[in-house]
Design a protein around this ligand. Structure first.
Ligand code: ZN
Length: 185
């Protein structure tokens, strides 16, 4: 089932998401719905708060960016109860987009290497280090679990320039090809 994407201004995007257990009702269905929603929206990652669920779950498929980084081909994973253990290395800039902030792309600085602990969809625990584009996609989705959005990470002047656009997005006044849910009309 395709779910509407909650856009900028939605309170759920500003909450710290809670952990889940294997007994979480409907978990498998939520994961399936998130994949479907992500692919139909042309996203490379989707976090549960973006579909209105304040839980520590996100999905990633970086395959679409394989031209830029061949190691992203088939980089498809479910992350549950992720804990960021370490972020290190040189900060680098990349123009990020977000399904919850349609039609905006902004340079975001992030550290190059991360180590995290997470559970996969079978609730098997992993501790893994990622770098480059893989790390960046994870950092972006992880931010959603912490109530952080990419516009919080851009320089204040850019943010001020985007104010009108962000306001329009929060009112649902934005041209998108996928289903959105805006907090105010
Ligand atoms: Zn996002």
């Amino acid at each position: 089932m395709i779910l509407p994407i909650f856009v900028y201004g939605s309170p759920v995007l500003r909450k710290i998401a809670r952990e889940i257990t294997p007994e979480e009702p409907g978990l498998k269905k939520v994961i399936d719905d998130m994949w479907e929603t992500m692919y139909v929206s042309d996203g490379i990652g989707l976090a549960a708060p973006q579909v209105g669920l304040s839980v520590r779950l996100f999905v990633i498929d970086g395959t679409e960016l394989k031209e830029d980084d061949p190691s992203l081909d088939g980089f498809k994973k479910v992350f549950i109860n992720t804990k960021m253990l370490n972020e290190e290395g040189q900060e680098w800039a990349y123009k990020e987009g977000c399904l919850s902030i349609p039609n905006i792309k902004e340079d975001v600085m992030r550290k190059s290497t991360i180590t995290l602990e997470y559970f996969d969809e079978n609730f098997e625990k992993h501790t893994e280090t990622f770098d480059g584009m893989k790390a960046r996609i994870i950092q972006h989705e992880y931010d959603h679990l912490q109530g952080v959005m990419l516009v919080d990470r851009i320089n204040p002047l850019r943010r001020r320039l985007l104010k009108g656009k962000l306001m329009a997005i929060s009112k649902g006044k934005v041209d998108v090809t996928y289903k959105i849910k805006a907090p105010q009309y």
